[in-house]
Write a protein that binds this ligand. Structure first.
Ligand code: B12
Length: 274
């Protein structure tokens, strides 16, 4: 079973707005879209209904859920993940576009949207925990399969989640951006204690320490302040990102905060180790 996907023009007609509004809402992250392998936006009935509920838009012309078996080329990343189809996932996460900026934007949108849809259904018990875990494992492997062969580089980064944070999947995407930019990386994974993070910096002196977390709470702690100070003393630049970074939290002190891989990639191009 799969939801019918509609084009930007069909979504605009259903909501009785211009196509440019649909595109703007999508680009601003308000309306969830998936991308076809050719890069075109498509909208699921579920995503359009959620958005219509929030905005009070008309729903009578939105598509209903249809039951059909999709032809393989027509499977979205979300559907491939929900079906546990590892081959299709590998095919769909491979960016068929040149240039790191566009590839980073592709991951922000395509992988982010598919996982948000997984989370949305999981939260509403429309997807079981094992299906969610399977989807996480499949996409992590598909992302890691895109890594370039190991090589030694002059610039090194360490990546980890702060204590109590298990969502380490985004770090696999961040690692790809580093490695495609010719950095050497070490991914220390989920829930790294502050002491261990300090030890890793003192012993290996990376140029960048990158954190990812769902919430901004870890970065309001004294431990994080101390960590940033010890990094700054050792010339390691601390960067952080994750869903929480999308909100306005004032100016961070001593570290750099990113909302997207696209913004990070742009910054990394001009970064010079101290
Ligand atoms: C997969 C998943 C899990 C997996 C994680 C597997 C893994 N190895 O990472 C597991 C099963 C472990 C898990 C656990 C939990 N989860 Co969970 N999970 C998700 C899910 C489905 C996807 C997360 C994800 O990878 N998103 C995709 C990434 C790519 O998006 P992103 O984080 O926004 O990152 C983007 C940018 O922010 C940026 N970015 C991120 N980090 C960084 C860092 C840097 C340096 C840079 C430059 C950029 C950057 O790049 C990314 C690409 O654009 C989400 C659903 C969702 N809406 O995201 C729920 C979700 C995050 N989980 C949720 C919850 C509630 C939990 C649990 C508490 C459940 C439980 N009761 O146990 C636990 C928490 C465990 C913990 N202590 O952390 C909630 C969070 C609600 C909230 N308000 O915070 C969500 C939103 C689901 C939901 N709708 O309820 N989860």
């Amino acid at each position: 079973m799969r939801s019918e996907l509609v084009t930007s023009a069909q979504a605009a007609s259903a909501f009785r707005v211009g196509v440019s509004s649909i595109k703007r809402w999508t680009d601003e992250g308000e309306l969830e879209a998936v991308r076809t392998p050719g890069g075109h936006r498509r909208y699921s009935a579920a995503a359009l209904r959620r958005f219509a509920d929030l905005r009070g838009l008309p729903t009578e012309r939105l598509p209903r859920v249809r039951i059909e078996v999709p032809p393989p080329a027509d499977v979205t990343l979300f559907e491939a993940l929900a079906n546990g189809d590892a081959m299709a996932v590998r095919h769909l996460v491979e960016p068929r576009i040149d240039g790191l900026p566009r590839r980073a934007a592709f991951f922000d949108r395509v992988v982010g949207d598919a996982l948000r849809e997984i989370g949305y259904r999981w939260e509403r018990s429309r997807l079981t925990v094992d299906e969610e875990h399977r989807a996480s494992a499949i996409i992590r492997e598909a992302i890691d399969a895109l890594r370039p062969p190991p090589r030694s580089a002059t610039k090194r980064a360490i990546l980890a989640c702060p204590p109590d944070e298990e969502h380490e999947l985004p770090l696999h995407l961040v690692r790809l951006v580093f490695e495609w930019s010719n950095w050497e990386t070490e991914l220390l994974g989920a829930s790294l204690p502050w002491d261990a993070a300090r030890h890793a910096v003192a012993s290996t002196r990376p140029a960048i320490f990158a954190f990812s977390s769902r919430s901004g709470d870890p970065y309001r702690s004294r431990d994080f302040e101390r960590f940033v100070r010890s990094c700054n003393d050792r010339r390691t630049c601390v960067i952080v990102g994750g869903e929480w970074a999308r909100g306005g939290l004032g100016r961070p002190a001593g570290y750099v905060r990113f909302r997207t891989l696209r913004g990070f990639e742009r910054w990394l191009r001009t970064f010079r180790p101290r």
